[in-house]
Design a binder for this molecule. Structure first.
Ligand code: HPA
Length: 235
């Protein structure tokens, strides 16, 4: 069995999948953190691997950038590969004052300017939220690792270059950071009756015109990786 975008057979993915946006990050995780990793996807260069971490089966699959892209991959993982939990590991722009470069955000909720939810034809506004089980496991893992994390709302935007310059408005609502994928992931999880969480490291703070160097991004990414993998061992 394969899907339009994934070539693996049923059983090729572990029940828990980590999803970085960049497929080369998936390869990096497989090569540096997983034991016995084998490649399970290369369609469109969107690399995916399955291996183990501390004896627990885990997959890593690139999601691409933006809600349409993660929407496709997460839908296929939940609905065609019986994946139970997806943990997105990505970068975000920090919005509120207490969020600094390289900090980690656990997105308990994901606001969005996307109309992804329109497909569900709900008579109101859907609130995309993380799985409490995953969120709690991640918060406990962060505490055990001595990592300080922020927990709260983020914004999943459909635009990276925003003509309306709306970050100051989201800041008024104490939205911690901006990225481009989580709300669609949380909605797909809700619709499929599965679990999702987004963990982000802060790569830039657009309102303060600050950004990390590529070395800092790598270190921040490694800390987040460790947090995501330790979370998987607690599920
Ligand atoms: N905007 C959108 N997505 C992002 C950003 C940003 O400033 N930083 C990292 N991901």
């Amino acid at each position: 069995m394969s899907t339009p975008h994934l070539e693996g057979s049923k059983g090729d993915y572990a029940p828990v999948v980590l999803m970085p946006g960049d497929p080369l990050r998936a390869q990096f995780i497989a090569e540096n953190f997983l034991v016995g990793a084998r490649q399970v996807n290369s369609v469109r260069g969107m690399l995916g691997y399955t291996g183990t971490y501390k004896g627990v089966p885990v997959s890593v699959q690139g999601s691409g950038m933006g809600q349409p892209s993660i929407g496709i991959y997460s839908y296929e993982l939940y609905n065609f590969y019986d994946v139970q939990s997806i943990i997105r590991i990505g970068t975000a722009g920090g919005i509120t004052d207490e969020v600094k470069l390289r900090d980690i955000i656990l997105a308990s909720g994901a606001c969005t300017n996307s109309n992804f939810a329109d497909q569900y034809r709900l008579p109101g506004t859907f609130a995309p939220v993380a799985s409490f089980r995953l969120l709690r496991a991640a918060a406990e893992s962060a505490e055990a690792l001595g990592q300080r994390v922020h927990i709260g709302n983020i914004l999943s935007s459909d635009t990276f270059y925003d003509d309306a310059d709306s970050l100051a408005d989201w800041k008024k609502m104490h939205v911690l950071g901006i990225e481009m994928e989580s709300a669609a992931l949380y909605m797909n999880a809700a619709r499929a009756g599965r679990e999702a969480l987004c963990i982000c490291t802060v790569s830039d703070c657009p309102l303060r015109q600050e950004s990390t160097t590529s070395d800092e991004r790598q270190t921040g990414f490694t800390d987040m990786m460790e947090l995501a993998l330790e979370t998987v061992t607690k599920l």
